[in-house]
Structure formats: C-alpha cells, structure tokens
Design a protein around this ligand. Sequence first.
Ligand SMILES: *Cc1c(COP(=O)(O)O)cnc(C)c1O
Length: 379
Amino acid sequence: MEPIPLARPDITDLDRDAVAAVLRTDQLSLGPKIAPFERAVASAAAVRHGVAVNSGTSGLHLIVRALGLGDGDEVVTTAFSFIASSNCLLFERVRPVFVDIDPRTGNLDPARIEAAVTPRTRAILAVDVFGHPADYDALAAIAGRRGLALIEDSCEALGARYRGRPAGSFGAAGCFAFYPNKQITTGEGGMIVTDDDRIAELCRSMRNQGRDASAPSWLGHVRLGYNYRLSDLHAALGLAQMRRLEQLLADRARVAARYAQRLAPLADRLGIELPQVLPEVSMSWFVYVVRLAEGADVRRRDAVITHLRSRGVGCNNYFPPIHLQPFYREMFGHREGDLPITESVSARSIALPFFGGISEAQMDRVAEALESGIQSAGA
Ligand SMILES: *Cc1c(COP(=O)(O)O)cnc(C)c1O
C-alpha cells in the first residue's frame, strides 16, 4: 500500500507559475518579490514590519542579536520545542533556562517562570508549540513586571490567534518559518515580524551582511552581518502561498477536526490523549500529535512508531526534550527528571500524518494502525 507521509507541502500551478515568472527575470535576489511577501506576512500578524530571511532559525538568531543579548545573559524558555528555538540563544552564548510546560498545551507554563528568573535574565522566549499560542496575557504580565523582553517563536503558528490577536504579534519580535512541513512554505525561509522600527532596521541590516538598511551601499558594512537573505524565487512562492493562507489553514483545521472525531473512540478505549485547544485560542494546526496514556514510556511509544511505519504510516516523536539532547546535557549538566512534565509528555507523543490533502481513507488507515500498534505494544 502507498505510504502516507508525515507531512506534504500544498503546491499548486499558481505557486509553480509564480516561481517560474521570477526565473524569466534577471532579479533572482534582492528583487521585487520580497517587499510584498513581507507585507503579506506582517499584515497577517497585524504588525508593521516583516523581515524575510532564509530560515526560521536565521530569523530567531537575528532577533536575539537585535535585542542585544549575549554572553552571560539568561533567557527563560521551553525544552518542549524544535531545537532551533534554543540554539538561537547558544549562537550568542546566551544561556537557555528551561522551565516546565503546561501539560494541556505543551507550552511554557507561566506559573513556573518567576522562580527561574535571576538578575541575569533578560528575556522570555515562548514557543507556540504545534500551532497553539502560548499564554500571552500571563507571559506579558511577567515580562512587564520583571523588565524582560518577550520573544515569540511562532515558527509553527502562522495564522493562530490568542484572544483574537494573531500569533507573532505579542513579543518585541516574533518569527515564522516556511520549511515544507509548515502551514505555508517557501522551501526554506522565515520571517521576522515586529512593531519595533529599530528591531526591524537592525534585522534588515544583519540579514544583508550588515549593510546600512536605509542607505545600502554594496561594499559598505556598518555592523557584523550575515547572508540570511531570502531569494526572490522563494519569496514569490511565499507570496503565492500567502494568497491561499485562509484556505490552507481551513483545510488543516478540517483534517484536525476529522482526526478528533475518528480517534475519539480510541481515546475512550485506550486512554490516548488528543490535542487540546484552550478556549481563548484559535489554533493554526501545524501537526497532529497524540499522546499515549499516562504511564507509557519511551520504549512502548517507540514500538508504536515502529509499528505505524511498518504499516506505511509516517509518524515521528515530536519533540524529544531539548535539555536532554547530548550537547545540551554536556554543556549544562541536564539530566532526566529535570523537567518531569516535559519529559512525560515528550515520551508519550506521536505526530501522525498531517496535511491539508490527506484523504478519509488515509485517516482511517492511520487510526487502524494506531490502534493495532498500541495493542501490540501494550501501551
Ligand atoms: C520550524 C521551526 C523553527 C525554524 O525552523 P527552520 O527550519 O530554521 O525554518 C524554529 N522553531 C520552531 C519551534 C520550529 O518548529
């Protein structure tokens, strides 16, 4: 039987034509597609500036630099995330201080933050994990009280809302990513979003080799910069995808709703936990992650993953906790047990095949394989 991929980009002839049109011009980079793509994403996030970059990781790195974070500084963040959300701190020798998560959403638990704040703490870096916005009322209150910057890693949450306000708009700056498994894709790419003129200007300069963003001269460099530019080929694809954003998000929401319905009996019979969406949130579905019943361990979860894959069902363990990655253990001395909720949630999680075009028959196959996998693993 045809394997079911974990993710699949939604690419139409409109997208292909948009990229091909750029190839018929001489401006493959620093061209006319960047600004409209930036405006489209900034407008979706209801902020004034979008700064396109070549990946979400680059965008997060530039935000950390634009905020002037560096050696000896600490940032409170979550270990239940894709590793780039912490690596962007390590690039600048900033120490990530991990606090445990809210088990309902997998997001940073605001109630645990203040105990982790020290005189060296400069910022809170929240991740809208799986497309569910973090608790921004609580996070903003703590940041305000403690004089901390708020950074928003919205790489998984384009189009999500928290109390009606778009993800990406809550921090000093936010970042989206456009790898092929995200809600929209440019192949590779990212976008910094911010209302802060200074942050936007610094990021524009640093993505372009430190050239002066307001008066660029090709061989004049006013600060340390990088080549984090997005090409016009990528931006054209992103712009074409942004024109279909509502549809892309609606398709994903429909699939999530169908999974919830299809898997509800398994939740009852086998105790698996389906994704929770808090009432103040409008989710932008990035992945569909179920958890085995409380008490299941990594070994049983991995047995279920092996079973699913043997049935041609793509799946993965989103996310192994960042603090237990080998080089984080080595750098910071983290051990099992440091973050019990993160570790328990992580050990039980399985991301199922999830993309707008998945069929009913494919979802049925996923559900059947999940059920037989859980039964044979005894999880
Ligand atoms: C995808 C993602 C990123 C950025 O990824 P890139 O591959 O660099 O675009 C950052 N943080 C999180 C949480 C992500 O899911």
